[in-house]
Design a protein around this ligand. Structure first.
Ligand SMILES: [Fe+2]
Length: 411
């Protein structure tokens, strides 16, 4: 646990998986640090952290009751209290302020049910499988994934890993003869394969996503980086930009394209693209458009949308986290539109998103993206699969809801 990466890379603390928690904190000048909280009766020496390197302290894995909410603070040198600076979940109890975390326990049988879903999805693939079976799988998954603290479950992580291995096996062995095959990886990350090239947009593994930091086998980012000949990144949020995949790709001289304005946030080998710039990369034409991600009370972040024309002539439009502010236009209607479909910005609920998407002309196929992003909370950006399904079922526009690891051939 936590052994394959530097603590300094983790943006949130503590690390929680099921009923196990690991505390870590950066306090260079302390002589002793311990975690005191509701799980140990606020006893000051029950769970000491040990100093590791560069002022970092870490606890052994601590088993605590689950599912439950636990309050804690750090105690320094047996005296003063210190709030966890990497945990923005704060509350008050009778002793004063405290940070908190939530643990998770799956109900028995969930793992077997998810295995059943995995098998059913393989038997009933997008486009050709039984739509009723697919809808049932989608709704079961949605009910499971909308539980607020399911992102602490090793079972759901195992399910994603199973789905990603399935996708990787397919990506590696599938020959595409015409059109483009699209694989859904996670959140708004897709892999596209044509006869000539395999490339990705916003491909992430969950390993480095804020508030998830899931333990994912090394093989997954490595195989993704090997499969991809090029990667486009819409902006520098960890649910869209996976710096590990980027590093693995650039180490092999593969192009990774990010908005120029965000170039300083990425390693030197990454290439910037300007707004309105058009570039031909390995047979694929890419046009970058400026967008804006309406974020945290006006802390808007620049975000590009990408209009891509594959070597097979398929026009793809990926909106990244662009929040549809005033413009969502394209040169020609895309064959495949992959919009953000979530509720991160209350100003743009899904009905409004659909209205805006349809106002700009006909897309050949809509694949709703940014679904089930588990680092977001339900009603705070964790888009519901069931909601996407019911919204699109009301429309005449062709759509495909892809679930983790699934693919669809557009030809
Ligand atoms: Fe996002």
């Amino acid at each position: 646990m936590l052994n394959h990466r530097k603590l300094a890379e983790l943006e949130t603390s503590p690390y929680v998986c099921d009923n196990t928690v690991v505390f870590f904190v950066h306090i260079p000048d302390a002589l002793q640090v311990s975690a005191v909280g509701s799980f140990n009766g606020w006893k000051k020496d029950a769970h000491p952290l040990r100093r590791i390197h560069d002022g970092w302290w870490i606890s052994d894995p601590v088993q605590v009751p689950a599912p439950a909410r636990h309050l804690y603070r750090f105690q320094l040198d047996g005296e003063r209290f210190y709030d966890d600076p990497l945990n923005f979940n704060r509350t008050q109890n009778k002793h004063g302020p405290a940070s908190f975390f939530d643990t998770w326990a799956d109900i028995p049988g969930v793992s077997a049910q998810l295995n059943g879903i995995h098998d059913s999805l393989i038997q009933h693939p997008p486009g050709t499988g039984n739509p009723w079976v697919r809808d049932l799988c989608t709704m079961f998954l949605d009910d499971y994934l909308l539980q607020p603290h399911v992102n602490r479950s090793s079972t759901v992580r195992g399910f994603l890993v199973q789905r990603l291995f399935h996708a990787l096996d397919e990506i590696e062995r599938t020959e595409v003869r015409n059109g483009v095959r699209v694989w859904y990886i996670y959140n708004h990350g897709y892999v596209f394969k044509t006869p000539k090239i395999c490339f990705g947009v916003d491909v992430v593994t969950t390993r480095h996503i804020w508030n998830l930091a899931w333990e994912i086998p090394d093989e997954i980012p490595e195989r993704l980086a090997r499969a991809l000949g090029m990667l486009l990144v819409t902006h520098n949020h960890s649910d869209h930009a996976d710096h590990e995949i980027i590093a693995r790709m650039t180490a092999h001289q593969k192009p990774v394209i990010v908005p120029s304005v965000l170039r300083p946030h990425f390693s030197a080998r990454v290439t910037g693209i300007d707004a309105w710039e058009r570039r031909s990369l390995r047979g694929v034409d890419v046009m970058a458009r400026p967008g804006v991600h309406v974020y945290d009370n006006g802390r808007n972040v620049p975000c590009f949308t990408y209009e891509i024309v594959t070597d097979t002539g398929v026009r793809i439009f990926h909106t990244g986290d662009h929040d549809y502010a005033e413009s969502l236009d394209w040169q020609e209607p895309p064959d495949i539109l992959i919009p953000k479909f979530d509720g991160v910005t209350p100003k743009y609920p899904n009905e409004k998103v659909l209205e805006i998407l349809f106002r700009y002309g006909d897309a050949g196929l809509i694949i709703p993206g940014h679904l089930s992003e588990l680092a977001h909370y339900p009603l705070g950006g964790r888009a519901s699969l069931r909601d996407a399904l019911s919204q699109f079922q009301k429309c005449t526009v062709p759509y495909q809801i892809l679930l983790w690891g699934e693919s669809y051939l557009f030809s």
